[in-house]
Each structure stands twice: as structure tokens, then as C-alpha cells.
Ligand binder design. Structure first.
Ligand code: S3P
Length: 457
């Protein structure tokens, strides 16, 4: 049965990336950033709250949901699968279909630029005997989906794609999918989460073995929604996460904390712009997400966390940042999962640090919204920063940054934001070729940074 209801609504998820007109921006040197800001909701938690809300019994209410293109694409996809998703005042409401009761979508699910939304949704629909077509923008269509499709195929999932496990593709769950035990071969929360979500509508127990811990929002939220989930951790840290399929989930009230990845731009700006003193409030401090903050402190950053509290099972707090003289450090590979999206902005911080910063274990950066390792290195070079790009590492030798360069962003929001931050403390302004993609994660970035004292034009 094809579903015709709730398929309309905000189409923001598809609004960019399909041949949009680029909007370049230049960022010039400034002094004395000041102010207190809040960043929008965490992207990972926002996606998950919509996905679980759609399959829970009852109405899930979400405050602080990130209203950026990536998350709106997931909201649209949940509408396409039959759930009612709407915003009432400051709250998002998801009328869940019940576990196992999603409907066959009438139209392709368009995920725009959203890797997390698309991969988690592939897992979510794996236990359903109907076809679902996934489409996305040029960046998403170039990203490898085999990492999630391969384990999902073990359940009996059929995949049709023209271009070797890249979008556009159509998947069709088996009539009687089988539960799997899967050892995740790369440190990826998306792969872990896709398999766990698949297990929700497969009879029996689905287990993910995770040798290296990645962000644990899926596990936490599944427990919060009343799923049958157990986690065992071996002495060496390997985690065994098991869900029992075909059990009901209960709608929840979710409060989404501020996104630490989005906060990192203001935080690094506060460190490198002379005379700054800023505070970012209400930041998620889940230890699987705070590798950047640990690294910056090792580099000599003056960061103080106050008002530590718990909300919705997550640690949060306020971060005060004052300008600091940074020094280069080695960032070990083990830390990569807890700061995987923060390397471009760390590279910017490292450009202003005395000595060399050596970031190790960066192979996963090559399959992000762009090849973030190569694109970061080219952007550093374009601004006169001395760096060496290895197979899976990056060395940045910092000091004074000339700037004056023009950065190619390759449809990557985090590259754009990171190098606008660089321009705030370089000798000469830094330009980025496009800022439209910033809307995928952080619509408020430009006004928020301007409110702290940035000179963007
Ligand atoms: C995410 C996991 C990470 C991260 C992405 C969000 C998630 O990707 O880069 O921005 O919400 O699960 P990988 O799982 O591919 O490392």
C-alpha cells in the first residue's frame, strides 16, 4: 500500500545542493569577541528523536530540535513513511505510527546533504517488505552507502543502485528478515545505528559489536523510548549492543541540547581572536562528543565549563572561552571518534598555535560531506599555512596566519564555517566560495558569529 498522507510540508531538506547558486562570503580580522550565545540543537540527537518518534506509540514532543536542512529532510522522510510531524509553537510533535507500522512511501525520500538521516533511515526501513527510494544532492550521492547496506543485506535486504551503493538507490526489505550479529569494521555511529534500528522490526535479537566506542545517542534514546536493549562491555572496551525486535516503543518528551559541533566554531574563534571572552550556553557534553574540547585544553586553551547538569539523560553545560596562546599537540587516533566532525576547525586552531599539531587516525575524514582531509589541507595552504597531508593524518605547523586565500568548500558546511573562523584572526581576510550549505546544520551561524563581533561580508 502506498501512503498518500502527510507527504507534503516543509521541503527544506531538498532546497539546497541540487544546483544551487553559490553565495560566497569573506571574513576579516577582528578583535575582542564578546557575548553569550546558545547554539542550535544537536544534529545527531535531532535526527534520532524524529526517527524514534515516528515508530513509537503516541505523540513524541521535541523541544530544541535543530531546524536545519539535514534534520528537516529527516522530518520529511518520516512524513513520507506515514508519520505526522509538525511544529506547534516551540515544540515539534511526531505522531508515531507504532513499531512495524511505517507505510510504503509514494515518492522517493530526498535527504539533500544528510548522510546521517539517510543512513539511519535505511536501517529503519530494512525490516519492511516494500521498496523505498533514497535520493540526495551531489555530495550525498558521492558518499559510500555500502558501509550500511552490507550489514543490512545480511538480513535479506535487496538493494538496487546504478552506481555501486551510491544514491540514488532503492532498497526493499525481505518478507521475513533475519536478525544479525554485526561487528562494525569502522568506527561509525551511523553504521551501528542503522543496524540497531533495523533490528527493531526484525523478530529476534540483533547485536552490534563495537570495538571502538562511537557516539551513543541511539542506544541512550532507544532505552529512553522503552526499547528492549542491553549493552555489555568487555574488558578491552568492546561493546555488545543487543536489541530485541518487534517490541513497542513509547512516545517521549525529548529536549535536545546545543550541538557541540556547532559550538566549536564560536569556541575556536574565541580562542584565536585577541581579547575575546565569550560564553556558549547549553552545550551537549556527552563524553563521546567532547574530544575537541579535551584537545583544545591540552593545547593551552582557557575553557571553563560551568553549570554542569543533566537533561534527558545527557550531560550539558556552559562553556566560557577566553583568548589563549595555543601550542601544538599530538591528537591520537583513539580520540578521532569523539571529535570526528571537528578536525577542520581544529586545523584552524592549530594554524594559530606555536609548533606542530599532528592529527592521527583521520581515514574516516575522507568519506564525509567531502574528502575533508584533502579539502582542509588545500584550504590551509591557500591561506599560507604550512601543513602536510598524509594518507590518514594531518600535520599543521602554526604561528601567524597570512590568510588572504579563497577556500573551495566542496558542498561542505563545516569547511565553510571553519575557514570563516580562520579569517577572523588571520592577517588578511579569508573568503569561502559558498555558504549555502551552512544551512544543512547551522542556519544561525552568520548572525550568531556577527553578534560576537565577526566581520563577515
Ligand atoms: C553521526 C556520526 C558521524 C558524524 C556525523 C553524525 C551520527 O558519522 O560524522 O556527522 O549522528 O551518527 P560516522 O558514523 O560516519 O562517523
Amino acid at each position: 500500500m502506498a501512503n498518500s498522507s502527510h507527504n507534503s510540508g516543509d521541503n527544506a531538506g531538498a532546497s539546497h545542493g541540487h544546483d544551487h547558486t553559490p553565495v560566497p562570503l569573506q571574513s576579516g580580522p577582528v578583535n575582542n569577541l564578546s557575548g553569550t550565545v546558545s547554539v542550535p540543537g544537536d544534529k545527531s540527537i535531532s535526527h534520532r528523536s524524529l526517527l524514534l518518534g515516528a515508530i513509537a506509540d503516541g505523540q513524541t514532543r521535541i523541544t530544541g530540535l535543530l531546524e536545519a536542512d539535514d534534520v528537516m529532510a529527516t522530518a520529511n522522510a518520516m512524513r513520507g513513511l506515514g508519520a505526522k510531524v509538525e511544529k506547534v509553537d516551540d515544540e515539534w510533535r511526531v505522531d508515531g505510527m507504532g513499531n512495524g507500522a511505517l507505510l510504503e512511501p509514494e515518492a522517493p525520500l530526498d535527504f539533500g546533504n544528510a548522510g546521517t538521516g539517510s543512513r539511519l533511515c535505511m536501517g529503519l526501513v530494512t525490516g519492511y517488505d516494500f521498496p523505498v527510494k533514497f535520493i540526495g544532492d551531489a555530495s550525498l550521492s558521492s558518499r559510500p552507502m555500502g558501509r550500511v547496506l552490507n550489514p543490512l543485506r545480511e538480513t535479506g535486504l535487496q538493494v538496487e543502485s546504478a552506481e555501486g551503493d551510491r544514491l540514488p538507490l532503492t532498497i526493499h526489505g525481505a518478507p521475513l528478515p533475519v536478525p544479525i550479529t554485526y561487528r562494525v569494521p569502522v568506527a561509525s555511529a551511523q553504521v551501528k545505528s542503522a543496524v540497531l534500528l533495523a533490528g527493531l522490526n526484525i523478530a529476534g535479537k540483533t547485536t552490534v559489536i563495537e570495538p571502538v566506542m562511537t557516539r551513543d545517542h541511539t542506544e541512550k534514546m532507544l532505552a529512553g523510548f522503552g526499547a528492549e536493549i542491553s549493552i555489555k562491555t568487555d574488558d578491552d572496551g568492546t561493546r555488545h549492543i543487543t536489541v530485541t525486535g518487534q517490541q513497542p516503543l513509547q512516545a517521549q518528551q525529548v529536549t535536545v541540547p546545543g550541538d557541540p559541533s556547532s559550538s566549536s566554531f564560536a569556541i575556536v574563534a574565541g580562542l584565536i581572536v585577541p581579547g575575546s571572552d565569550i560564553t556558549v550556553k547549553n552545550v551537549l557534553l556527552n563524553p563521546t562528543r567532547t574530544g575537541l574540547f579535551d584537545t583544545l585544553v591540552e593545547m593551552g586553551a582557557d575553557l571553563t565549563i560551568s553549570n554542569r547538569r543533566q537533561s534527558g539523560g545527557e550531560d550539558i553545560g556552559d562553556i566560557r572561552v577566553r583568548s589563549s596562546n595555543l601550542r601544538g599537540v599530538t591528537v591520537p587516533a583513539e580520540r578521532a571518534p569523539s571529535m570526528i566532525d571537528e578536525y577542520p576547525v581544529l586545523a584552524v586552531a592549530a594554524s594559530f598555535a606555536q609548533g606542530e599539531t599532528h592529527m592521527q587516525g583521520l581515514d574516516e575524514l575522507r568519506v564525509k560531506e567531502c574528502d575533508r582531509l584533502a579539502v582542509t589541507a588545500r584550504a590551509l595552504e591557500a591561506n599560507g599555512v604550512d601543513c602536510t597531508e598524509g594518507e590518514d593524518d594531518l600535520k599543521v605547523r602554526g604561528g601567524t596566519v597570512n590568510g588572504g586565500g579563497s577556500v573551495e568548500t566542496h558542498l561542505d558546511h563545516r569547511i565553510a564555517m571553519s575557514f570563516l573562523v580562520m579569517g577572523m584572526a588571520a592577517q588578511e581576510p579569508v573568503s569561502v566560495d559558498d555558504t549555502v550549505m551552512i544551512n544543512t546544520s547551522f542556519r544561525e551561524f552568520v548572525p550568531l558569529m556577527k553578534s560576537l563581533g565577526a566581520d563577515f561580508n
